[in-house]
Write a protein that binds this ligand. Structure first.
Ligand SMILES: O=C(O)CCC(=O)C(=O)O
Ligand SMILES: [Fe+2]
Length: 469
């Protein structure tokens, strides 16, 4: 095969492929190291047998539900301390069986989650994650930028008891666009098992707290992870594993554009940044300009009506933020958007058989042509089919507000090539429901578009390449 493009003899395809390859390699390498979960431990300082030091214990006070009565338990529970053991037993019995979200409802299913819980409205604690530097530590390792901090909001007390307490693999339901993660704090109480396994992008981090909880001095251990990470509490075989669960939110501490404050020049980002810079400077890469794309490695609520493009940009996590910032610096134009996954769910109307819907052929997804439009939640990329340069929306009522072309009756939108720095969204890319729509088959059926979050940049070579070279 010739290394010259058929259309343009000055374009060196091999050179572009090599440069693209080194960009995706740098990205893969960094993705393999990107932090998605962090943890630590806090010895309860000044622990005395009498437990008189306020920082030697953690107290939980809860409403009994009868009158205005409030009870208190203190951890760790003294081995000889009958009163504190009694209070702990009362705390256990105050807990309700823990449900979990399935679809739109909260269900109780002990084969999935066997635990007790107290909702935050029913209890308070003197443990404060800010006081011990936990929230600062999370900001430093997960935030990837200055002037953008993290706020922790107490959510629940969980109790997993031996011999079979556990919580199978799940992803926490985000309650707001600004929600970026979860913090789990393990309180001092002896138990066995109950490891917390956190997974993302094919990698796993296991927090095994039992050994320290069975030893002295008493310690508090914690783990924080991004909200799209799958996690699981393995079976607690003995004792009680008590955790405080917090929701974590992004907070801005200044009026500056938050996404401008990423420290892109961190050593681990430099390799990728340099490779991208070389690619964009190569005269054979998109000689007339075009769209550069990156499929996000984390999930974002990008199609929800409440999510705006601005808040999406500010809520990028880990590697996604690094890529966003690098593209912003190098192209001057970048945005976060959704891309509709067409392989199963994208259809176009077959002209001849007007009442039928025909699936787009599989390979139309991989040719890399996408049209940019707008749906409920903001701009999206829609894969095109066939060889046309314009694509007709399946149904203008469902996918609307496209940059309309001449004809008002049949709004068309232009397809563009996207050069992907990593890959187009795959089966394993985080997806979310973008739109539900009615298909026109023999009967009215509901069908769905699923979309994945992507970062795209409009690339104009004249802004990057020195024309005198
Ligand atoms: O207790 C834990 O370690 C995890 C709790 C959890 O996953 C949750 O409350 O959603
Ligand atoms: Fe969870």
């Amino acid at each position: 095969m010739s290394s010259q493009s058929d259309n343009n003899p000055d374009v060196d395809v091999n050179e572009v492929m090599e440069l693209l390859f080194s960009v995706s390699n740098a990205l893969a390498e960094q993705a393999g190291k990107a932090v998605f979960a962090v943890g630590g431990q806090i010895p309860l300082a000044g622990l005395t047998d009498s437990g008189s030091n306020s920082h030697s214990h953690v107290s939980i006070r809860w409403d009994t539900g009868t009158g205005n009565q409030c009870l208190k338990a203190s951890l760790p529970v003294g081995e000889e301390d009958v009163a504190s053991q009694h209070a702990f037993t009362q705390l256990l019995s105050a807990c309700e069986p823990a449900t979990f979200g399935r679809g739109n409802e909260d269900v109780l299913d002990e084969s999935y989650r066997k635990a007790g819980k107290l909702d935050a409205e029913r209890f308070s604690t003197d443990f404060n994650p800010y006081e011990y530097g936990v929230v600062d530590a999370i900001s430093r390792s997960l935030a990837q930028r200055d002037h953008y901090g993290i706020r922790a909001e107490l959510y629940k007390l969980n109790v997993y008891s031996g011999p079979s307490g556990m919580f199978k693999a799940h992803v926490d339901t985000p309650r707001a666009t600004a929600q970026m993660g979860s913090l789990v704090v393990c309180l001092p109480y002896a138990h066995k098992g109950g490891q917390l396994a956190v997974r993302h992008g094919g990698r796993e981090v296991v927090f095994d707290w039992a050994a320290a909880q069975n030893a002295k001095p008493a310690t508090i251990q914690w783990a924080a992870f991004f909200s799209d990470c799958e996690h699981e509490v393995l079976e607690v075989t003995e004792g009680h594993r008590l955790t405080l669960a917090y929701n974590l939110f992004w907070v801005s501490d200044g009026p500056t554009s938050k996404t401008d404050n990423l420290n892109i020049l961190e050593p681990e980002s430099l390799h990728f940044f340099g490779a991208l810079q070389k690619l964009l400077a190569c005269p054979s890469f998109l000689p007339n300009g075009g769209v550069v794309g990156f499929t996000c490695t984390h999930a974002y609520p990008h199609s929800a009506e409440a999510s705006s493009a601005e808040s999406l940009e500010n809520s990028l996590k880990g590697l996604d933020m690094v890529v966003y910032q690098a593209l912003k610096r190098l192209t001057g134009s970048v945005r976060v958007t959704g891309i509709i996954d067409d392989r199963k769910d994208y259809y176009y109307r077959n002209e001849e058989e007007d009442s039928r819907i025909t699936p787009v052929p599989e390979d139309s997804y991989t040719i890399g042509k996408f049209a940019v439009g707008t749906t409920v939640g903001g701009p999206v990329l829609i894969p095109g089919s066939g060889e046309d340069n314009f694509v007709e929306p399946t149904d203008p009522d469902l996918v609307w507000d496209f940059q309309k072309q001449e004809s008002k009756e049949t709004p068309l939108y232009r397809r563009q090539n996207v050069a992907w720095l990593n890959h187009i969204p795959t089966k394993d890319t985080p997806k979310e429901l973008a739109l539900a729509f009615i298909t026109y088959g023999n009967q009215y059926d509901l069908d769905y578009y699923y979309s994945s979050a992507v970062i795209i940049a409009d690339f104009r070579p004249e802004g990057v390449r020195d024309v005198s070279q």
